[in-house]
Design a protein around this ligand. Structure first.
Ligand code: SAM
Length: 325
């Protein structure tokens, strides 16, 4: 019997398993990380294709079944099974990750992998179709969202394979897709809190113009508060020359790595009143809008902005002393 809560949907189609392994480009020298091996249908082919498989499985019954399946085979000494929750497990070194995962851990697992060091060559992962399409979306696509930009910041992502629900037992409620995630080398370094705060505001209303988003009272108020804090800090540094080199580093503020990626960018965002700060005479608001004008962003919409454009806009804001965390 399978555990629904653990997302246990076993791949039943051997041709599909072959196809996933083949498209993943596993080399005979590879250390492979598998997440959620279940009964081991994918594990078997991975052992045949690579040098070593390290499999992380949460369900002790599955771990037992897996060990029984491979114990007297020539592969047994090349398989390591770690029993535990992959999200709480410190991942070992690996060259490539291949996995048919439980869909409820899609977001946190993706961000765990993208923050893994040293970077691996690629991760080939089965996701729920819609999640996969969000990962590979391009500016202007309907599913282009904060999750897209946040993942594409750290990786290039390709769609490999559509998989119908009937390839699994029991069949899940949704169709699936296999994608290939290639971590960018070198990484694009951003101050994580700053970047996350910035994207949350930009995608709060992804189809509105940035001009109207950055005219909202509460957005202006938040940015002005951050601005004053930074200015005050600068002043106090000028007073004490010894500290003048102490640069602000937002990446160390807290441990939120922006990992709580929702699928639904419209839903859990902070509530923003549509009220504009128009009536109020505000020097600061003019400052914010002049940054948008400088980069010609006023009439643009997040739904159509490329990763490069987001990075550029944030750098313009920061250059003007405007911060998002
Ligand atoms: N790989 C197998 C296959 O393709 O037939 C099984 C895939 S099934 C979709 C997901 C597997 O992940 C199950 O065996 C489940 O017990 C395991 N699992 C669920 N949550 C997990 C977690 N947090 N960490 C590690 N494994 C987990």
């Amino acid at each position: 019997s399978f555990h629904k809560s653990k997302g246990q949907h076993i791949l039943k189609n051997p041709a599909l398993v072959d196809s996933i392994v083949q498209k993943s480009g596993v080399k005979t020298t590879d250390v492979i990380l598998e997440i959620g091996p279940g009964t081991g249908n994918l594990t078997k082919k991975l052992l045949e294709a690579g040098k070593k498989v390290i499999a992380v499985e949460i369900d002790p019954r599955m771990v037992l079944e897996l060990q029984r399946r491979f114990q007297d085979t020539p592969h047994s000494n090349r398989l390591t099974v770690i029993q535990g929750d992959v999200l709480k497990t410190e991942l070992p070194y690996f060259d490539i990750c291949v996995a048919n995962i439980p869909y409820q851990i899609s977001s946190p697992l993706t961000f765990k992998l993208l923050n893994h060091q040293p970077p691996f060559r690629a991760a080939i992962i089965m996701f729920q179709r819609e999640f996969a399409m969000r990962l590979v979306a391009q500016p202007g696509d309907k599913l282009y969202c904060r999750l897209t930009v946040n993942t594409q910041l750290h990786a290039r992502i390709f769609h490999l394979l559509k998989v119908g629900r009937n390839n699994f037992r029991p069949p899940p409620k949704v169709d699936s897709s296999v994608v290939r995630i290639e971590p960018r080398k070198p990484r694009i370094e951003v101050k994580q809190k700053e970047w996350d705060g910035f994207l949350r505001i930009c995608f709060n209303r992804k189809n509105k113009t940035l001009g109207s988003i950055f005219r909202q009272k509460n957005v202006i108020a938040l940015l002005e508060k951050n601005y004053r804090t930074v200015q005050a800090l600068k002043l106090s540094q000028e007073d004490s020359p010894n500290e003048i080199d102490a640069k602000m580093d937002f990446s160390n503020f807290g441990d939120d790595q922006g990992m709580e990626m929702d699928h639904d960018d419209e839903e859990d965002e902070m509530e923003v009143e549509d009220g504009e700060a128009d009536g109020v005479q505000s020097e600061f608001k003019d400052k914010v809008l002049s940054v948008l004008k400088e980069g010609d962003f006023e009439e643009k919409r997040s739904s159509k902005l490329s990763l490069q454009e987001f990075l550029y806009l944030l750098s313009l804001f920061n250059k003007a002393g405007i911060h998002f965390s």
